[in-house]
Design a protein around this ligand. Structure first.
Ligand SMILES: Cc1cc2nc3c(=O)[nH]c(=O)nc-3n(C[C@H](O)[C@H](O)[C@H](O)COP(=O)(O)OP(=O)(O)OC[C@H]3O[C@@H](n4cnc5c(N)ncnc54)[C@H](O)[C@@H]3O)c2cc1C
Length: 395
């Protein structure tokens, strides 16, 4: 497997790193404390052409590969978990499925504004009663004749059929900022996995869509996490993504890619925490010498570095496998499992290296520590990654 970065990869990496250091890092703690979604950052990311990195240029994206996208997600994670989470949810969960499973018309209407960064996107799978066992959902979509055209005759019903969505979705990233949300719903209650379908919902225009809660969280508070209510939301047939019954298969493919981006984001969080700890350890003196010269601190930093390198290698392996068009379920779950653990462990060690200062909000490691924890939960918990990997290994 060749993880060699091309000149273009390095150029994008540098562009994003410079942007993150000058524009995001200075406000990262402030937006967390204010629980503020930073619109202006996403506008600037759009100007840099970063909102659709792995989306084809034909639909307004950058036309980059998954490796390039991983580099971008890592760089954002290095300075802000919140910006990173909203970013990867927008790209991997809200945009990529439209490119993979949408019709030409759907790509023009719904994918292009996402890839060009006109607005954010969301993806709604989880419900109050179903998370890890996500297919056990209660949200339904029933087919009915269009209200305006219906009941008056066959011709009207033929081109006027609508789907009516009802249910509650939980923990949906970006939902209150989104111009589109991909909603999973049961269209056939007797068909199990084959009874789930995906619908494109417009939170601004579709009546019956309501954000009922924006959660306060232990971290990542500049990335909105929402509960949404769907009450008789009527959407036309052209809002169905793929065929009825395709929803679960689409979900698995979406998560194969999404987990790579969580792995990349986690690697970034770990790198950011390590950078702070290393710098501090070389400046802080105790017992007449920089603390980095104590074996215990140096060994900690070496172990942090080792975990980051391993997480990055697994992430790049998964990204390269995805780009080669090969099955990637094992690789992406492995990368996500490893990198998310690494992020939490490295961030915890970074707090320790900074001692009492590490426990204050004047220093960044506490934020990385709080943000990293989510990486072991979202897009499948670590326990679920073990299940997925075990299945892939034939266990
Ligand atoms: C900040 C944030 C952002 C999110 N963004 C989105 C989003 O944009 N879209 C979306 O659809 N969802 C989103 N989620 C939801 C997230 O994917 C779920 O929270 C996650 O999948 C876990 O589901 P749950 O919370 O219901 O936990 P549960 O499934 O109830 O799990 C509780 C515990 O039981 C364990 N467990 C469950 N089943 C098993 C099993 N078979 N074997 C072993 N252990 C098991 C879990 O690992 C966990 O430790 C987000 C969540 C958060 C917190």
């Amino acid at each position: 497997m060749d993880f060699e970065l091309s000149d273009e990869h390095r150029m994008i990496q540098k562009t994003v790193r410079d942007f993150c250091e000058t524009e995001i890092e200075p406000i990262a703690q402030e937006i967390e404390e204010e629980h503020r979604f930073p619109d202006e950052i996403f506008d600037q990311l759009a100007e840099l052409d970063m909102m659709g990195v792995p989306i084809s240029e034909e639909y307004g994206g950058l036309g980059g590969d998954t490796l390039m996208y991983s580099l971008v997600a890592e760089e954002i994670g290095r300075v802000s978990g919140s910006v990173g989470l909203s970013y990867v949810a927008h790209v991997s969960l809200a945009s990529k499925p439209l490119e993979l499973f949408g019709t030409e018309e759907q790509k023009e209407r719904w994918l292009r504004p996402l890839a060009e960064g006109e607005h954010m996107g969301g993806w709604a799978l989880t419900e109050p009663g179903s998370g890890s066992d996500a297919s056990d959902m209660d949200t339904t979509a029933e087919k009915r004749e269009a209200e305006a055209a219906g009941r008056s005759g066959v011709a009207a019903a033929k081109d006027g059929d609508e789907w009516v969505l009802n249910g509650t979705k939980q923990f949906i990233t970006n939902a209150n900022e989104a111009g589109s949300v991909l909603v999973k719903a049961v269209t056939d209650t007797d068909a199990g996995y084959d009874g789930i379908s995906t619908f494109i919902v417009d939170p601004q225009e579709d009546d019956g869509f309501e954000v009922t809660t924006v959660w306060d969280k232990m971290g990542l508070n500049a990335s909105p996490t929402c509960e949404i209510q769907l009450e008789n939301v009527r959407v036309s047939e052209d809002r169905l993504l793929g065929e009825t019954g395709d929803g679960w298969d689409q979900t698995k493919k979406t998560l194969d890619g999404g987990r790579i981006s969580i792995a990349a984001l986690s690697t970034g969080l770990a790198q950011g925490a390590y950078d702070h700890a290393k710098e501090y350890s070389q400046e802080r003196e105790q017992f007449g010498q920089p603390i980095s010269e104590f074996d215990a601190i140096r060994d900690k930093l070496v172990d942090m570095h080792r975990k980051i390198e391993r997480a990055r290698l697994l992430t790049h392996q998964a990204a390269t496998t995805y780009d080669a068009g090969e099955p990637v379920t094992r690789e992406s779950a492995l990368a996500k499992l490893d990198a998310s653990e690494a992020a939490r462990e490295v961030a915890e060690d970074a707090v320790q290296v900074l001692g009492g200062y590490g426990y204050t909000t004047d220093f960044a490691p506490q934020r990385f520590y709080r943000d990293a924890k989510l990486m072991e939960i979202g897009e499948g918990t670590s326990e679920i990654q073990h299940l997925v990997i075990g299945r892939e290994l034939g266990l």
